[in-house]
Design a protein around this ligand. Structure first.
Ligand code: S3P
Length: 438
């Protein structure tokens, strides 16, 4: 029973400032890269969530010395291919697709077989998207279907590859980039646009990389087998976690919120671009560039007039983790919104396109969902009064948090199961909800 979060009334107007924990994608990439650097890397504001802790545990099993204190994390990298581990090793990626997929790229040289496992949700997700390109380097995989558990057996002499990544998956692109890092010669990836944190890390670390930006894709060339220096890094706040509070503010009455020091990398801010197209005003302050990443304070106010949108699919990848929230904004918009080419949404921790439609049905918003699109009939006067129970059997953190946002903004009596799901990406989410509600 205590795993259920209950909402009995809408949130009252607020005017507050908050800070959000470190970015998840950057935290995991920092830890994985630091483990292959030559020497001692330090990160401040590393996200302390289950996905990042799974990363730390896997790296420790690979023989990497890691010290975690309240304020920072120190990783002692042993250089490229510096892992040192027992035979018959099993690594548990928990709920994290980013960890499970990216670490395979770093294991191209594994001397003995390593088994990768994950939780119930991760074990349902497609891994062929990474095993297929990694096989071309010469890596061997044993797997029953396209899912975990997978056993990887590396090769002494990986061969550089040419690969066209067509999904716009940053996890797939980054797994190939990590394999290229350990491979002599030039690997070339033609990649549909997706978040570019790995590219920015490589540039900052002076790992030989050339990125040519075309309209629909990027051409990434990497010359591997170059050792790199440790990475001291202050991780900016996560835009995906910030988005829950951005949307609470937009959809509530007479409220204002400032979120400090958020990563606003353009390959992550699709949600802000979509909101602007829906007539929502968003202001940035204290803009700066930190090690290639763009960072700013975000200021947001409640919005009474929201326009419907025919969402340009070229914004999908940069907003991929935020669509459950964007659908809630469309629920309050004036007119019919349309989102298409979204089949990747059903490949996440749970089938999120289906879950988006389910939440909209619960709050009485007409929608038509297909396997890759959704049409949402907005109602600017939306007010929910009924009882709603949300139980996501795969315990998807973003389904839980988006349901809380809906309950706080639209009213109704909500019981939302599995509040522990927030620990995957945003352990302090409910504390912040409490702070805004107080
Ligand atoms: C991530 C990439 C995205 C995103 C995920 C994190 C990353 O997935 O949904 O939460 O850190 O690279 P895809 O690679 O499937 O687009």
């Amino acid at each position: 029973m205590n795993k259920i979060f209950t909402i009995n009334r809408q949130i009252k107007p607020f005017n507050k400032k908050i800070t959000i924990e470190g970015d998840k994608s950057i935290s995991i990439r920092w830890a994985l890269l630091a483990s292959q650097a030559n020497g001692k890397s330090i990160a401040y504001n590393l996200l302390r969530s289950e996905d990042v802790m799974s990363t730390i545990k896997c790296l420790r099993k690979l023989g990497i010395k890691i010290k975690l204190t309240k304020s920072h994390c120190v990783i002692h990298g042993n250089g490229l291919n510096g892992y040192n581990y027992k035979k018959k090793l099993t690594l548990d990626a928990g709920n994290s697709g980013t960890l499970g997929r990216l670490i395979l790229g770093l294991l191209t040289h594994s001397r003995s077989k390593i088994k990768i496992i994950g939780d119930n949700s991760l074990s349902k997700r497609d891994f062929k998207r990474v095993t297929e390109p990694l096989k071309k380097f010469g890596v061997n995989f044993t797997m029953k279907s396209n899912t975990l558990p997978i056993t990887i057996e590396g090769t002494k002499n990986p061969k550089p590859i040419k690969y066209f990544e067509k999904r716009g998956s940053a996890q797939c692109k980054s797994a190939i980039m990590f394999a290229a890092l350990n491979t002599k010669g030039k690997t070339v990836i033609k990649a549909k646009k997706s978040r570019d944190h790995t590219e920015l890390f490589f540039k900052f670390l002076k790992i030989p990389i050339k990125v040519t930006k075309k309209i629909n894709y990027d051409l990434i060339e990497i010359n591997g087998k170059k050792n790199f220096k440790p990475i001291n890094y202050r991780i900016p706040s996560d835009i995906s976690s910030s988005s829950f509070f951005i949307i609470i503010t937009i959809l509530s009455n007479n409220s204002k919120l400032t979120i400090k020091n958020v990563n606003i990398n353009p390959s992550r801010t699709g949600i802000l671009k979509i909101l602007r197209l829906m007539n929502v005003k968003i202001t940035f302050k204290n803009f700066k560039t930190y090690k290639g990443e763009k960072v700013a304070d975000i200021i947001i106010k409640s919005q009474s007039k929201i326009n419907a949108i025919n969402c340009p699919p070229n914004l999908n990848s940069a907003a991929i983790d935020e669509f459950l929230l964007i659908f809630l904004v469309a629920a309050k918009a004036n007119g019919v919104s349309y989102f298409k080419n979204l089949s990747e949404l059903n490949e996440k921790e749970s089938p999120r396109l289906k879950w988006g439609a389910k939440i909209l049905n619960e709050i009485g918003i007409k929608n038509i969902v297909t396997k890759d699109s959704i049409k949402i009939y907005g109602n600017p006067n939306l007010k929910v009064t009924k009882k709603i129970i949300i139980k996501n059997f795969l315990k998807d953190h973003r389904v839980f948090m988006a349901s809380v946002v809906a309950g706080l903004c639209f009213g109704g009596k909500w019981k939302i199961a599995d509040k522990d799901a927030i620990n995957t990406s945003f352990p302090t989410f409910l504390n912040k909800v409490k702070y805004l509600s107080s």
